[in-house]
Ligand binder design. Structure first.
Ligand SMILES: *Cc1c(COP(=O)(O)O)cnc(C)c1O
Length: 224
């Protein structure tokens, strides 16, 4: 199916989820996750009206950036190795996976502007998931005060791999609660207005729980 057709279906589902939650659908930004697809498919997504692309590897981002450049807003959504910061820092608009001070330090050192960062939180407590615990979020953000180029725009999580809607919902709800506690700090460098949560299998629940950015790969650009 063409991306433009898939996008229409996804947008309908976003609209319905937003309506159920009493939210405006235009508060929710779609990030098309293109990590599994070709550059041509990513170009097709941009031409279909997608403004934001997500990649989880520096190679993938660099290859697509070469063709698409600033026609898209770029999101780095994967675990970021400290030594890879240098190769993507001038291209990324958002980093969704800040989870340690050493990474903040490297981003701060390599960037020549403020970089929008999401703190990645392991809101489900699953062993295998990356990210800091909900309890660590406030102290971690406080520890970033001296890094001038780090701007904490929000929190990000990946829900566990399950069909159980209540588990998914409670995970997203926990992230929304964390966001409130960060906002209560009123830190200029951490307005924390965004929630990056929801993927192909769970984005509607994420929207019902307050997602402002959904990261959708398979359901939007997958080539089935
Ligand atoms: C791959 C990936 C996605 C998109 O996953 P789909 O299930 O294909 O929608 C979203 N977020 C992150 C962090 C990912 O790695």
């Amino acid at each position: 199916m063409k991306v433009i057709e898939k996008l229409a279906i996804i947008q309908e589902r976003i609209n319905a989820a937003a309506e159920r939650a009493g939210r405006q659908a235009d508060e929710i930004k779609i990030i098309a996750v293109t990590k599994y697809v070709s550059t041509a498919r990513a170009v097709e997504a941009v031409e279909a009206g997608i403004t934001d692309l997500g990649e989880n590897r520096d190679e993938g981002m660099n290859a697509k950036y070469e063709i698409i450049g600033s026609r898209a807003v770029w999101h780095f959504i994967g675990t970021m190795q400290t030594r890879k910061v240098k190769s993507v820092i001038d291209k990324v608009d958002y980093i969704h996976s800040l989870d340690r001070e050493s990474l903040a330090k490297e981003i701060d050192r390599r960037a020549n502007r403020k970089v929008n960062c999401f703190i990645q939180v392991n809101a489900s407590g699953e062993e295998s998931k990356h990210g800091i615990t909900p309890e660590e979020v406030v102290p971690f953000i406080k520890s970033l005060a001296s890094y001038e180029n780090i701007h904490i725009c929000g929190l990000m999580t990946m829900a566990p791999f399950t069909e159980d809607k209540e588990i998914l919902r409670s995970c997203f709800r926990r992230l929304a609660e964390c966001k409130k506690s960060v906002q209560a700090l009123h830190l200029a460098y951490a307005p924390c207005t965004e929630l990056s949560m929801g993927m192909s299998n769970d984005f509607e629940i994420a929207i019902e729980e307050g997602a402002t950015m959904v990261r959708i790969g398979t359901a939007l650009v997958g080539e089935e």
